[in-house]
Ligand binder design. Structure first.
Ligand SMILES: [Zn+2]
Length: 148
Protein backbone atom coordinates (compact mmCIF):
# COMPACT_ATOMS: atom_id res chain seq x y z
CA UNK A 1 0.00 0.00 0.00
CA UNK A 2 1.30 3.42 -0.95
CA UNK A 3 0.80 5.60 2.06
CA UNK A 4 -0.12 9.22 1.44
CA UNK A 5 2.57 11.73 2.29
CA UNK A 6 1.93 15.34 3.13
CA UNK A 7 3.69 17.87 0.93
CA UNK A 8 3.20 21.60 1.27
CA UNK A 9 2.93 23.38 -2.07
CA UNK A 10 6.00 25.62 -2.27
CA UNK A 11 4.08 28.15 -4.39
CA UNK A 12 0.76 28.58 -2.56
CA UNK A 13 1.29 26.82 0.78
CA UNK A 14 -1.59 24.36 0.41
CA UNK A 15 -0.96 21.00 2.08
CA UNK A 16 -1.33 18.18 -0.46
CA UNK A 17 -1.46 14.44 0.11
CA UNK A 18 0.53 12.41 -2.39
CA UNK A 19 0.75 8.58 -2.40
CA UNK A 20 4.40 7.66 -1.77
CA UNK A 21 4.63 5.71 -5.06
CA UNK A 22 3.55 8.83 -7.01
CA UNK A 23 6.25 11.14 -5.64
CA UNK A 24 8.34 10.70 -8.79
CA UNK A 25 5.41 10.97 -11.20
CA UNK A 26 5.26 14.77 -11.35
CA UNK A 27 2.57 15.38 -8.73
CA UNK A 28 0.87 18.79 -8.89
CA UNK A 29 -0.76 20.98 -6.29
CA UNK A 30 -4.52 20.43 -6.11
CA UNK A 31 -5.02 24.11 -5.34
CA UNK A 32 -2.78 26.04 -7.75
CA UNK A 33 -1.49 23.39 -10.19
CA UNK A 34 2.23 24.01 -9.53
CA UNK A 35 4.55 21.00 -9.54
CA UNK A 36 5.07 19.69 -6.03
CA UNK A 37 8.25 17.70 -6.53
CA UNK A 38 10.40 18.67 -9.52
CA UNK A 39 14.01 18.20 -8.24
CA UNK A 40 14.60 21.95 -8.49
CA UNK A 41 15.49 24.40 -5.75
CA UNK A 42 12.64 26.73 -4.84
CA UNK A 43 12.93 30.04 -3.04
CA UNK A 44 10.21 30.19 -0.40
CA UNK A 45 8.90 32.77 2.06
CA UNK A 46 8.44 32.61 5.82
CA UNK A 47 4.78 31.55 5.59
CA UNK A 48 5.46 28.56 3.35
CA UNK A 49 8.52 27.66 5.45
CA UNK A 50 6.43 27.51 8.63
CA UNK A 51 3.81 25.30 7.00
CA UNK A 52 6.22 22.98 5.18
CA UNK A 53 8.46 22.39 8.20
CA UNK A 54 5.42 21.57 10.33
CA UNK A 55 3.57 19.34 7.86
CA UNK A 56 5.84 17.72 5.30
CA UNK A 57 6.49 13.98 5.47
CA UNK A 58 9.01 14.05 2.62
CA UNK A 59 12.52 15.20 3.65
CA UNK A 60 12.76 18.97 3.27
CA UNK A 61 16.20 20.58 3.24
CA UNK A 62 16.17 24.32 3.88
CA UNK A 63 19.13 26.52 3.01
CA UNK A 64 19.11 29.68 5.14
CA UNK A 65 21.07 32.23 3.12
CA UNK A 66 21.45 35.91 2.28
CA UNK A 67 22.63 37.76 -0.85
CA UNK A 68 25.53 39.47 1.01
CA UNK A 69 26.99 36.12 2.08
CA UNK A 70 29.77 34.97 -0.27
CA UNK A 71 29.87 31.32 0.85
CA UNK A 72 26.07 31.19 0.43
CA UNK A 73 26.35 32.33 -3.18
CA UNK A 74 29.17 29.83 -3.79
CA UNK A 75 27.03 27.01 -2.45
CA UNK A 76 23.95 27.87 -4.58
CA UNK A 77 24.98 25.86 -7.69
CA UNK A 78 26.01 22.94 -5.43
CA UNK A 79 22.62 23.05 -3.75
CA UNK A 80 20.93 22.87 -7.18
CA UNK A 81 23.10 19.90 -8.17
CA UNK A 82 22.17 18.11 -4.96
CA UNK A 83 18.46 18.75 -5.67
CA UNK A 84 18.90 17.10 -9.08
CA UNK A 85 20.80 14.16 -7.60
CA UNK A 86 18.19 13.54 -4.90
CA UNK A 87 15.36 13.75 -7.44
CA UNK A 88 11.95 12.93 -5.95
CA UNK A 89 13.42 11.64 -2.66
CA UNK A 90 13.66 15.08 -1.05
CA UNK A 91 12.80 18.72 -1.66
CA UNK A 92 15.42 21.44 -1.41
CA UNK A 93 14.39 25.01 -0.72
CA UNK A 94 16.06 28.31 0.13
CA UNK A 95 14.96 31.13 2.33
CA UNK A 96 16.49 34.59 2.14
CA UNK A 97 17.13 35.60 5.77
CA UNK A 98 17.52 39.24 4.74
CA UNK A 99 14.00 39.36 3.28
CA UNK A 100 12.62 37.23 6.14
CA UNK A 101 14.66 38.26 9.20
CA UNK A 102 12.34 36.62 11.73
CA UNK A 103 13.07 33.11 10.49
CA UNK A 104 16.66 33.29 11.75
CA UNK A 105 15.58 33.85 15.35
CA UNK A 106 12.70 31.40 15.09
CA UNK A 107 15.00 28.65 13.81
CA UNK A 108 18.02 29.54 15.94
CA UNK A 109 20.27 30.38 13.00
CA UNK A 110 23.64 31.62 14.28
CA UNK A 111 25.54 31.83 11.00
CA UNK A 112 24.86 31.32 7.32
CA UNK A 113 24.77 29.31 5.24
CA UNK A 114 22.98 26.87 7.53
CA UNK A 115 21.06 23.89 6.20
CA UNK A 116 18.30 22.37 8.29
CA UNK A 117 16.72 19.07 7.38
CA UNK A 118 13.10 18.49 8.32
CA UNK A 119 10.97 15.37 8.03
CA UNK A 120 7.58 14.37 9.41
CA UNK A 121 7.03 17.85 10.79
CA UNK A 122 10.20 18.18 12.85
CA UNK A 123 13.88 19.08 12.60
CA UNK A 124 16.07 16.05 11.94
CA UNK A 125 19.54 17.58 11.59
CA UNK A 126 21.38 20.80 10.79
CA UNK A 127 24.75 21.75 9.39
CA UNK A 128 26.48 25.09 8.93
CA UNK A 129 29.00 26.19 6.32
CA UNK A 130 29.21 25.86 2.55
CA UNK A 131 29.67 22.29 1.31
CA UNK A 132 29.79 20.64 -2.13
CA UNK A 133 26.81 18.93 -3.77
CA UNK A 134 27.96 15.44 -2.83
CA UNK A 135 28.12 16.34 0.86
CA UNK A 136 24.66 17.93 0.71
CA UNK A 137 23.24 14.78 -0.88
CA UNK A 138 24.97 12.53 1.68
CA UNK A 139 23.69 14.70 4.53
CA UNK A 140 20.08 14.15 3.38
CA UNK A 141 20.51 10.44 2.63
CA UNK A 142 22.18 9.64 5.96
CA UNK A 143 20.03 11.81 8.23
CA UNK A 144 16.56 11.40 6.70
CA UNK A 145 14.51 8.35 5.92
CA UNK A 146 14.67 8.48 2.14
CA UNK A 147 12.42 6.46 -0.15
CA UNK A 148 10.63 4.85 2.81
ZN1 LIG B 1 -0.19 25.26 -4.77
Amino acid sequence: MAKPMKLTCLACGAVNRVPSDKLGAGPKCGTCGEKLNDAKVHEIDAGVLAKATKNDDLPLLVDFWAPWCGPCRMMAPEFSKAAQALGPDARLVKINTEDHPKVSARNNIRGIPTMILYQNGREVARQSGAVPARAIEDFVRTKARVGA
